[in-house]
Design a binder for this molecule. Sequence first.
Ligand code: ZN
Length: 412
Amino acid sequence: MRTIFLVIIAMTLNVFNAFADEVNLENCINHIDIINKSAESRLEFERLEKLTEEFIKSNKITEDKEYIIPVVFHVFGTDFAGKEVNLDIIKSALNHTNNDFNGLNKDYETSDPNFDEVKSKLKIKFELAKIDPDGNPTNGVTFHDPVAGLANDNSNINAIVSNVSWDNFSYMNVFITLDLFGDGVENQSGFAYYPNNSMSNSGLARVVYNGRYLLGNTNDKFASVLTHEFGHWLNLFHTFTGGCTYPNDYVDDTPPVDKAYMGCPAINCENNPINAENFMDYNSQCYSMFTSGQIDRMKAALEFDSRKTLWQEDNLIKVGLDVNNSVDLYENDVVVFPNPVTNGEFNINNYNNNLIIDEISLYDMLGNNIASYKSVNLLKTIDVSKLESGVYVVRMNSNYGIITKKLLIQKK
Ligand SMILES: [Zn+2]
């Protein structure tokens, strides 16, 4: 089946401290062109806009709702214009983007006061998954040989992407590469696909990002281009989308902007200040805020079929990110038996496939560590025939935290 994918957005900026680089915007596809690409893509766009409008009008938006989005990074290559991409870089980049969304970025409080009334934040945490689709522990990062053009929509690239992707309804997939479009240009920073059910069904929903522009490999401000791409992934258009013609960027409280400006202060087509610091403009060097209209639009997108499953409790448990219910919920899934121990050995059985126990330690009541064992998740038998009678504590380190059980040893 050939599917026609909706809106594609490219962000192709040069780096602030490398003005010699060409500012390459040819690949920044106008979303209106893409929407008009086919009847199918137009229908999908209209369907999602209708859902967005209905959701915003429905008063279902709550201030305090917090979202956790499981993320996997697929890193293609080892050399990103002389920069490396490793787990630490990815963690710091993700943390930086989380700060941006939550208004914890350092320029949030000091942004242009003209926009104080509409400035807003989204309580969302993009977090590396801890369990992979096969149920195995993971650090949320996979590594692959270099591939150019991962942002493209063609059969070769789609085959690679869908093969590597983890279930799009359980994980947000971020692809790290150097040459986004396979055209030899290595300074295109990022690219994202809007929410789209058929893409998620095909394993093609994604953000594609240049490894050289992750925090640690670029400056603090330019690293927020990742935030910009995540904004697209949550259905935000550029603030200059649609120019000065209603409905512009489909957000009411962002001023109309006739084009992408490359300097921070600017006046719009109506002679009013533009929200130059908005993450969805191209002014990466003054990025500091989203507006409340954009936050509402993202919250609506989080209700779309292609996004809603990600932050549901059952999914967070599946991918190892359940924080609300923590370990208490799983204590009863682990059984230590027989208890009391009378024949010199006991067993640990873990009945929960999502609970990964990687270490078991035995302590006496004085807190002395008697023994430690690397765990298996199936039945584990432990020999305690040399221990004295008494009360002991079995301490199990799991992906949800520490589980402890009291154990009584009775010598015959
Ligand atoms: Zn963009």
